[in-house]
Design a binder for this molecule. Structure first.
Ligand code: 13P
Length: 247
């Protein structure tokens, strides 16, 4: 049985005052049935971990492939862990696009996370042009194969399918399109990792809201969500946690 995971990605949003949303979330959902993860900007990891006190997991949004060194402005997995993070998102499409990260870069970051005993949340997803061209499964199959470490297991790695065109747009794929991709991802993981492939959590991300969460969570092989905008407010993210707990 895969434990469901509600993950929030705050992206470049949030100041220390925003941590009140985390205390409000924990107060309103003291014992969620699903796992809950919030990934704030690096500046808030330690503060959020203090507020969370182990009741929800805290993650980074990116890490460098190396543990330390002359890389001004970068943060290593070990540093995120030291600040209280247990997870780290790698390969988000905004980093693949804004920072030119390749599958090989994402793979190296994911390996760094695993080496430091963290859980890597590896993001993959097609652009609208790729979907229109009918190459969605080729693209995400290549990203999955190229970004997932050989040492990945269901315990140390989560895969997030986030179609680029659905992020922050209010548009989502049809439930059939989500099912097609998640079934494909499951089959690819089983092909590569054998029975262990059944243990990986597959998250859907892209315009998940309280209003569409229940129907998305009913799709087979959707084990949770990676939520952007709707994770910033305790009321919205809380409603998504409730929807997942009942799925
Ligand atoms: P939105 O939920 O704001 O569309 O963002 C999704 C996302 O990119 C999460 O990583």
């Amino acid at each position: 049985m895969r434990k469901k995971l509600a993950a929030g990605n705050w992206k470049m949003n949030g100041l220390s005052a925003s941590l009140t949303e985390v205390s409000a979330l924990i107060e309103a959902h003291p014992a969620p049935v699903c796992e809950v993860l919030l990934c704030p900007p690096a500046t808030l990891v330690a503060g959020m971990a203090a507020v969370a006190a182990g009741r929800i997991a805290v993650g980074g949004q990116d890490c460098h492939a190396k543990a330390s060194g002359a890389h001004t402005g970068d943060i290593s997995a070990a540093m995120l862990k030291d600040a209280g993070a247990s997870h780290v998102i790698v390969g988000h499409s905004e980093r693949r696009a804004d920072h030119g990260e390749s599958n090989a870069d994402v793979l190296a970051k994911a390996e760094a996370a695993l080496t430091d005993g963290m859980v890597a949340v590896i993001c993959i997803g097609e652009t609208e042009a790729e979907r229109d061209a009918g190459t969605t499964l080729d693209v995400i199959g290549g990203q999955l194969a190229g970004s997932t470490p050989e040492a990945a297991t269901g315990a140390n790695t989560v895969i997030a399918y986030e179609p680029v065109w659905a992020i922050g747009t209010g548009r989502t794929p049809t439930l059939e399109q989500i099912a097609e991709v998640h079934d494909f991802l499951r089959a690819e993981l089983v092909k590569r990792f054998g029975a262990e492939g059944e243990a990986f959590r597959l998250l859907y991300g892209g315009s998940v809201k309280p209003s569409n969460a229940t129907e998305i969570f009913a799709v087979p092989n959707v084990d949770g969500a990676l939520v952007g905008g709707a994770s910033l407010k305790a009321a919205d993210f809380g409603a998504i946690i409730e929807a997942l707990s009942q799925a």
